[in-house]
Write a protein of this length. Structure first.
Length: 443
């Protein structure tokens, strides 16, 4: 006989404990402990006995063909398409375009068979209005506003769709546990039931989730380990660029991105990812950012101005401000420049958020370009900057250079101890870069 195991989970952050707690040790909230009971034991019945397979036998099982989303960039993002039984979690801020993408994806996948769209946030008429605006073909797309997961799974089995969308998981609840829809306990239970269903039937599912104020998928990180793929929808709502970024993918590489443009008629994929606007103004520098398995050219902009207060400001958008503080300190120390008394503002065009250390050299040169009011010209800078002021090698340098030349950039500055080539300028330290900027005739 199996026994019931009892543990407690924080309804705010998902912290688990075998004992009851008054104050959560993680999020410091009071009275959030919810009692959970699960079956704990080994069943000896034949139906519940687990099958044990040799890996050699499993490897011979033919992999089912992936479903193409009909979006080339999205297929690349997913590693070649949607796998049978795959559970995809799509997160993003409200209004960024998650529901729009889901409805357009329904339209594309409806060519394979029925697509079931579960909406808990909009009425059927609202979905109809949006489908007209997006020019969605109404064939093979079914809508339901049911939000009880047990009833939904029965409906899904009867409909036998090729794809199911849950918009959003915060509105779906299970009658097997207590708590309001959107709570940590409810979300965890609902996602687990969906995961089991997808694996048993082979029906892939898309779960839409909002992000909380910390920028994490609401839950917050509770269900990311349960699903197969986690995708974040990034981008400023004030711009028309939208970026899909894969943080986890069991069926392909993680770290890939796909870029879409938000139009009045919906999202349009951008195969040529352009984040550079030609400018001959000081402070504008181009570098090559590596996302997943491919390089992308981006533009870094800096504004350095004389500060009239005691403490100079360091403000950045798209780059960790700590990176700006470190690079400013390196410039001040090794170039002996009074940059400590200047405000520094740094921005990445297109709404991208970069963490690639290969962009260090471009950020530093952008700051120097603005400081001396000199434009460097049509040039790409690639390299990591050390605390000693040296310029260090970065991975995938050859691909970055090829991408830059393909875009029409003939002059590329890279670390000294790296590859040779036409139009390549190699430097060892920021001092050499400083000399190049001072000697530049552009201004």
């Amino acid at each position: 006989m199996s026994k019931k195991k009892t543990f407690y989970i924080c309804d705010n952050c998902g912290y688990e404990s075998p004992k009851w707690f008054g104050k959560c040790p993680v999020c410091s909230e009071w009275d959030t402990a919810k009692e959970i009971k699960i079956e704990d034991g080994i069943s000896t019945t034949k139906e519940q006995r687990s099958a044990v397979l040799l890996l050699d036998e499993v490897s011979k099982i033919e992999d089912k063909k992936r479903l193409s989303t009909k979006y080339e960039e999205l297929d690349t993002l997913l590693g070649g398409g949607i796998v049978s039984g795959q559970v995809i979690l799509l997160g993003g801020e409200p209004g960024v375009g998650k529901s729009t993408l889901a409805l357009q994806l329904s339209d594309k996948l409806s060519s394979y068979g029925k697509v079931l769209y579960v909406t808990g946030e909009e009425s059927v008429s609202q979905i109809g209005i949006r489908s007209n605006r997006l020019n969605i073909s109404k064939k093979n797309i079914y809508i339901t506003t049911e939000n009880e997961i047990e009833s939904l799974l029965i409906t899904i089995r009867k409909q036998n769709p090729v794809f199911v969308i849950f918009d959003s998981i915060q509105t779906i609840y299970s009658n097997s546990v207590d708590g309001v829809p959107g709570g940590v306990l409810q979300i965890r239970t609902v996602v687990e039931k969906i995961r089991r269903f997808s694996k048993e039937t082979g029906v892939p599912t898309l779960l839409i989730a909002h992000v909380n104020k910390e920028g994490n998928i609401a839950g917050p990180k509770l269900v990311e380990h349960i699903v197969d793929t986690v995708i974040y929808f990034e981008g400023e709502r004030t711009t028309d660029l939208r970026i899909l970024r894969v943080l986890k993918n069991r069926f392909g590489p993680s770290g890939e991105i796909a870029v879409f443009q938000m139009l009045s008629t919906g999202l349009k994929e951008l195969k040529d990812m352009i984040f550079v606007e030609e400018s001959n103004m000081p402070g504008n520098v181009v570098t090559s950012l590596f996302e997943g398995t491919r390089p992308i050219l981006i533009q870094v902009q800096s504004l350095v101005s004389r500060d009239r207060i005691a403490t100079a400001r360091r403000i950045s958008h798209g780059i960790d401000v700590r990176k700006i503080i470190i690079l400013a300190a390196v410039i001040s120390k090794h170039l002996n420049l009074p940059i400590d008394s200047h405000d520094i503002y740094v921005n990445v065009s297109g709404g991208l958020k970069i963490t690639d250390p290969a962009c260090d050299l471009a950020i530093a040169s952008s700051i120097l370009s603005s400081l001396f009011n000199k434009f460097l010209g049509k040039i790409v800078l690639i390299g990591e900057v050390g605390l000693d002021g040296s310029v260090r090698k970065v991975p995938n340098l050859k691909k970055r250079i090829e991408n830059a030349k393909k875009a029409g950039y003939e002059k590329i500055i890279i670390p000294y101890d790296s590859i040779n080539g036409e139009g390549i300028i190699k430097i060892k330290s920021l001092k050499e870069l400083y000399s190049m900027i001072i000697d530049s005739e552009e201004g």
